[in-house]
Design a protein. Sequence first.
Lengths: 260, 257
Amino acid sequence: MPVLSMVQRLKALYIPLLILIAWIIGSGFGFWNSYIIPPPAKVLASGKQLIVSGILFKHAAVSLYRVFAGFAIALLLALPLGILIGMNRRWVRYTEPMLEFIRHIPPLATIPMLILWFGIDETSKLTIIVLATFFPIYLNTVNGIIHCDPKLLEVGRSFGFSRGRLFWRIILPAILPYILIGMRLGLGYSWRSLIGAELIAAAAGIGYMILDAEQLSRPDVIVVGILTIGILGSVIDHAFFRLTRHFTPWGGDEAKHGWG
Amino acid sequence: MAGVNLTQLTKRYTIGSRTFAALDTVDLTIADGSFTTIVGRSGCGKTTLLRLLCGLEAATSGRIEFTYRAGEEETHQRHIGIVFQEPRLMPWLTVAQNIAFSRLGDPDRDRTRAMVESLLKMLGLERFRNAYPSQISGGMAQRVALGRTLCYDPDVILMDEPFGALDYFTRKKLQNEMVELFLSQGKTFILVTHDVEEALTLGQKVIVLEAGRLIREFPVDLPYRRKRTAPEFLSLQEAIFEMILETNHETGNSEGS
């Protein structure tokens, strides 16, 4: 890796390092109550203990399973529907008002009803993730089809392409960057909504671990939970960014965002 | 190979309550294996004519016929290929894949591969075969677009001001390459341009269109690799210029509905 690129990457660590230093100094000099902000050493020790005992992995695995399962269901629903509506725009007037209505309801607001319908098992949490993830994927897919360059379609038509070939060979590759952006946004939304759902109704998962720690007055475990959420979310986003770059090597807009 | 016969070809558009004739009862015969250029001002119907020829739009009335040499008609499926004003390359495909794009669905992949290789060589794009359109220059992109159409192997090649967006030097270079290509391919070429010099450099016949009507045909009986300073070239250029300037731009351009 070139030295310059290494230096650029290290710049990303400046702010976290500054916060860590301020945290160490503030805790060391007793600037705040250790119950409100636990010292780094205590958080580190708790983290180590949670890792060694396997508790952190157990909760993280449950949360990850929910994220990926909910995300997969949302993708299976949103992608075909987005393509169907995008390709048949006269249907938009039937579907849009209802979808727009649902889009403005925060998924977490539906939790009481979902618990009533599905209980506190996996179904209610997966439904929340699906609701949160569906719209970024659906809207980006429709948007991609609407913005597909008609001049490229004309090229296909001039070579006698059938409707099917126009879709598979021009529309689908052209909207791939839009779909990937939608998926990446959806993944972030699903992660956020999951933690919210786990905080309210769960018996396992990172959100549950944080809520349990609150009831046991263990702010150090809460911080471990928050850091785990941030790290897992960032790692997943970065992996998705790499995947996006791999599948759109021609350099779609999405490649400009994310870690280098 | 094929020639083209246009009979009373008309295309009208309706904008609001007015109907405009973009092309008005055009009769034209384009010989098999010839190079025809069509000149005229913006809005004279040049592009409409090409779009009708390649089937991107339907004529309001009139007829387009392809004429074939004896015994050839049945075997020919690919009548027309077009090179647009902008390269219109697929951004997700490499140069080589873009050239092969026009033959998608052709079961004879070996033939397609061989054609792509030969076109890459002929158009000087061998070194850029794996580059994406965003990584090549405008001139190169236009060459790829030309390669894509040639790979389609049509009987008639239409070109809609393909060099319009290029700089002077690239334009001249590609004009020369176009002449070589025409001489080597023996296909029917129809090029639309607003540049009279370009029309005379390339065409064996120059068609002047004005307000959707065919005003006049100028045969260009000059050998190729034409000198732009030759007296015959200059006098033809002058005649075409005068014809375009003298024709009233408004005459016949529109008619009430």
